[in-house]
Design a protein around this ligand. Structure first.
Ligand SMILES: Cc1cc2nc3c(=O)[nH]c(=O)nc-3n(C[C@H](O)[C@H](O)[C@H](O)COP(=O)(O)O)c2cc1C
Length: 385
């Protein structure tokens, strides 16, 4: 186990991940669509929201424990679904799922993961986790994927609604990030400077999309996969599809990618259990508002008929507290998780969760609250949100 006591914030983990992860995959995580304006806003928008410091309040017996869709969580934070996670670190999804299980928070596996649903179930002793689903044209494949998620003991399905068309990330094109990645001279030279990562990859068989290769029609290897994915994301997705997915799944359903109050009302009508205010970490619509800025109006529209969660730009426990104050019962972390994973694998993810938890707990105390469930907008300075 590496000594991570000097790692004190998520930024420390980002800096180390940048050093250790091949540029093509680091850039894939640390980038947003087009000008990256929305990507940057997601982080920056938290800074203008100010907290009210309270003193001489008994701060003993604090707890960040709460629930998300009825499931106990050690703090209102879950790991967000991220594609290609097993390329930040060998067997990355397994490392993430194990760290989340030990900490007592939910882990979400992406459709586009490297480790498969079955890999995660096996590596965690069939501990429940969440699965994120993209709507694909091949409905037979989707149905089988839903059935596999059930068999793997998944306890919630996150349906991502904001990827009918793809935002463009300049860096991915310039780096030749495709399936399979292009072995350009620049990429090979860069790989040679990442011996730790290369060694990890040599030690695992999991180097392709585990949920797809060997399961979807006409996809038997990585090279046939790129054609398949390009054709599969379904631009015709609409609210009618949600009904049959809900029926087929039959369990807790979470709708991911809601950025508008009108869509929040439709999400309520759909009968889903939770919605996630999310702009896909600034990777889709460049020009969309920061998630934290979109949150209050959506929480208002949703009322208490559906749980409202948010993601985008969360890099600290202070951010989690502000999201909670503005109406998010739960939050999800994408890049904070990926940087930690790229830097130190499972130990890094555990460290990131410890850091966020401590920041959340102490900041809550500074605001004069001892229980996360009592946090509301009265902990925020009027005029700053
Ligand atoms: C590298 C990367 C890959 C992602 N892949 C997926 C995915 O496969 N499915 C999905 O629903 N969201 C995906 N997302 C979006 C995340 O689930 C989440 O909405 C976002 O990362 C939150 O913002 P944050 O990274 O600032 O925390 C991805 C995000 C990143 C950074």
């Amino acid at each position: 186990m590496p000594d991570l006591s000097k790692i004190t914030c998520i930024e420390d983990l980002r800096v180390i991940a940048k050093r250790r992860v091949p540029r093509m995959f680091y850039d894939y995580a640390d980038s947003g669509a087009w000008t990256e304006g929305t990507y940057r806003d997601n982080e920056n928008a938290f800074q203008k929201i100010k907290l009210r410091q309270r003193v001489a309040v008994n701060m003993e017996g604090r707890s960040t424990r709460t629930t998300m869709i009825g499931q106990d969580v050690a703090m209102p934070v879950a790991i967000a679904p991220t594609g290609l996670t097993g390329m930040q670190h060998a067997d990355g999804e397994i490392h993430g799922a194990r760290a989340a299980k030990a900490f007592g928070i939910p882990f979400t596996l992406s459709t586009m993961s490297i480790c498969s649903l079955e890999d995660i179930a096996e590596a965690t002793g069939r501990h429940p986790f969440w699965f994120q689903l993209y709507v694909m044209r091949d409905r037979d494949f989707m149905e089988r994927l839903i059935d596999r998620a059930k068999a793997a003991n998944c306890s919630a399905l996150q349906l991502t609604l904001d990827l009918q068309v793809l935002g463009q990330r300049h860096k991915d094109i310039k780096n030749g990030l495709s399936t399979p990645p292009k072995p350009t001279i620049a990429n090979l030279i860069n790989l040679a400077t990442k011996p730790r990562w290369c060694l990890g990859m040599l030690g695992t068989q999991r180097r392709s999309f585990g949920n797809i290769v060997g399961h979807a029609k006409n996809v038997s290897d990585v090279s046939s996969l790129s054609t398949w994915t390009a054709e599969q994301f379904d631009p015709s997705l609409n609210w009618g599809d949600i009904e049959w997915i809900k029926r087929r799944w039959g369990g807790k359903l979470v709708l991911k990618g809601i950025m508008d109050a009108e869509d929040a009302r439709l999400a309520v009508d759909s009968g889903a259990d939770a919605l996630i205010v999310s702009n896909h970490g600034g990777r889709q619509l460049d020009g969309a508002p920061a998630s934290i800025d979109a949150l209050p109006a959506i929480a208002d529209a949703a009322g208490d008929r559906i749980e409202v969660w948010m993601d985008g730009g969360i890099r600290s426990g202070q951010d989690v507290l502000k999201a909670r104050a503005l109406g998010a019962r739960g939050t999800l972390i994408g890049r904070s998780f990926l940087y930690a994973l790229g830097a130190f694998g499972e130990a890094g993810v555990t460290r990131a969760l410890q850091i966020i938890h401590k920041e959340l707990d102490v900041t809550m105390a500074f605001c004069g609250r001892t229980q996360i469930d009592t946090v509301d907008s009265s902990i925020l300075l009027p005029g700053t949100f």
